[in-house]
Design a protein around this ligand. Structure first.
Ligand code: G6Q
Length: 532
């Protein structure tokens, strides 16, 4: 018995059509339609998406859009924006879009308009960030804060860490912004090595305030501060919290007056625009933070309102799904030609794979199709001297997103033209290749390797916001078609439970007799023998 998705006539038509398209080369698609490079493009809020170098025809797009309609994409988008409880397994609305709704808009959850609360919190964050940036918020000994360390993991780390780096050009240079996430002590030690505790502010960022790694690092941070400052009262000046759990925050010893809250309808990996972005706001200031929110919001409106055939996130989501389902593609490479976006692939790994790496539908049935692709990538041009070999001549199909900006932020003579020349050249080489010389087959490039080119004017807070929203909603598009819950993450639970159990056993070797498979048991014995 096939799933409803596979029984859908639109799906079946696509499967049939994919057989025809599998033998069609991009070179032919371009030769047959000289205007293809101007037709297969879409634009919104300064994002120019060229999807012409994809193995799609007008018919492919027609069928993909038909599938989106048949699967109720439009009504699912509207349900999210209306605040319906679309995160079914956790019975929650999914309203990161409310975090960037302008004042005056209204989004109602359980009878209450949440937009005023969002703006009140943004205002508190703005006041606090300005105090830190301008030196009014002082450390316990009266010294100015020069280092801000965000302690968090997953969604409470990757967003602000990626965005702080992405917007470094706009950030306060006199302040060091650092991120500690890993429970590996090296992360904390290296982040704090040369810092003065009297000048260091920690943001303990955890939605639940129960996450093992974050609390372990936060306790270490408190001990590190107090060892130097020698007064419990110092915690008030050196620790603030970002959380939804006021009880745990005050149990930890952070004054609830120093807590910045958010809401259970904000998923961790969708939380950059909430108080989770506090470290970013301290770095770039409230005005730039609001400009980023405006970029997010512009794409939110576009996603909600633009016709599906001109809707950038919808097109990107559908085209990626096309390769994933019908061409056996297992991954997607994200290749930003922008050094400031070095952490974007890591951020998107969580966004895409934690959202859509699911095996059951909303009703709990096992899926009989592929869900999330593997996402990976590195900035160009560096990747060209490493894994692009496989992209060009390997045996796997890896659809790529190449991202570039027309204006550089650091215009050194000649650099930017070279950077962008490489981006354009790679997209061209992937698509069209080079005929093989029978005497040197190793030099042949088959081409027909698909890519999107995403071109923006310049990397700014606003364009960063738009770019992230583009990916968020493309993830939504795919999840809607797969009929999965893109907003839960039960897959991280089992490892956490087992780690807690084993951590207990390591404290008490007798308890280590608990049942384990022979491999785990032998590893534990060896570790206990050799550890410090
Ligand atoms: C993201 C996930 C996950 C989460 C971390 C941190 O969508 O839910 O990555 O953000 O596990 O959780 P806390 O913020 O509760 O510490």
């Amino acid at each position: 018995m096939s799933s409803p998705l596979k029984k859908d006539p639109a799906w079946q038509a696509l499967a049939e059509h994919a057989r025809e398209m599998s033998g069609v080369h991009l070179a032919k698609l371009f030769a047959d339609d000289p205007a293809r490079g101007e037709r297969f493009v879409a634009e919104a809020d300064g994002i120019y998406l060229d999807y012409s170098k994809n193995r799609v025809s007008d018919e492919t797009l027609r069928l993909l859009l038909k599938l989106a309609e048949a699967r109720g994409l439009r009504s699912r988008i509207e349900a999210m924006f209306r605040g319906e409880r679309i995160n079914r397994s956790e019975d929650r609305p999914v309203l990161h879009v409310a975090l960037r709704a302008p004042a005056g808009e209204s989004i109602v959850v359980d009878g209450q308009d949440v937009v005023p609360e969002v703006h009140a919190m943004l205002e508190r964050m703005a006041v606090f960030s300005a105090e830190v940036r301008e030196g009014h918020w002082r450390g316990h000994t009266g010294k100015r804060i020069r280092n801000v360390i965000n302690i968090g993991i997953g969604g409470s780390d990757l967003g602000p860490a990626m965005a702080c780096q992405a917007l470094r050009h706009y950030g306060a240079r006199e302040m060091a912004l650092r991120f500690v996430s890993n429970v590996d002590g090296t992360d904390f030690v290296e982040a704090t090595r040369e810092l003065d505790p009297a000048e260091t502010l920690f943001i303990v960022c955890s939605k639940t305030f129960t996450t093992l790694e974050t609390l372990t690092n936060a306790r270490t941070a408190r001990a590190w501060s107090l060892a130097a400052l020698r007064d419990e009262k110092a915690v008030r000046r050196h620790f603030v919290a970002v959380s939804t759990n006021a009880a745990e925050v005050s149990k930890f010893g952070i004054d609830p007056a120093n807590m910045f809250g958010f809401w259970d309808w904000v998923g961790g990996r969708y939380s950059l625009c909430s108080a989770v972005g506090l470290s970013l706001m301290i770095s770039i200031g409230a005005e730039s933070f609001r400009a980023m929110l405006a970029g997010f919001h512009a794409i939110d409106r576009h996603f909600l309102g633009a016709p599906l055939e001109k809707n950038l996130p919808v097109l990107m989501g559908l085209i990626s799904l096309w390769y994933n389902e019908f061409f056996g593609a297992q991954c997607t490479a994200v290749l930003p030609y922008e050094q400031y976006l070095a952490r974007l692939p890591a951020y998107l790994q969580q966004l895409v794979m934690e959202s859509n790496g699911k095996q059951v539908t909303l009703d709990g049935a096992r899926v009989d199709y592929q869900t999330s692709p593997v996402v990976w990538g590195e900035p160009g041009t560096n990747g060209q001297h490493s894994f692009y070999q496989m992209l060009h001549q390997g045996t796997r199909l890896v659809p790529c997103d190449l991202i570039g900006f027309c204006k550089p932020l650091n215009p050194l003579d000649g650099h930017h033209d070279l950077l962008l020349a490489n981006l354009f050249a790679q997209a061209e080489a992937l698509a069209f290749g080079r005929p093989a010389d029978p005497k040197a087959p190793q030099r042949g490039f088959e081409g027909n390797r698909p890519s999107n080119t995403i071109l923006l004017d310049q990397l700014t807070p606003r364009t960063l916001g738009s770019l992230i929203a583009l990916y968020e909603h493309s993830v939504f598009t795919q999840g809607a078609i797969w009929d999965i819950d893109s907003f839960d993450q039960w897959g991280v639970e089992l490892g956490k439970v087992l780690a807690q159990r084993i951590a207990g056993e390591l404290q008490d070797p007798e308890a280590g007799a608990a049942q384990h498979d022979s491999s785990t048991a032998a590893l534990l014995r060896r570790y206990m023998r050799l550890r410090l």
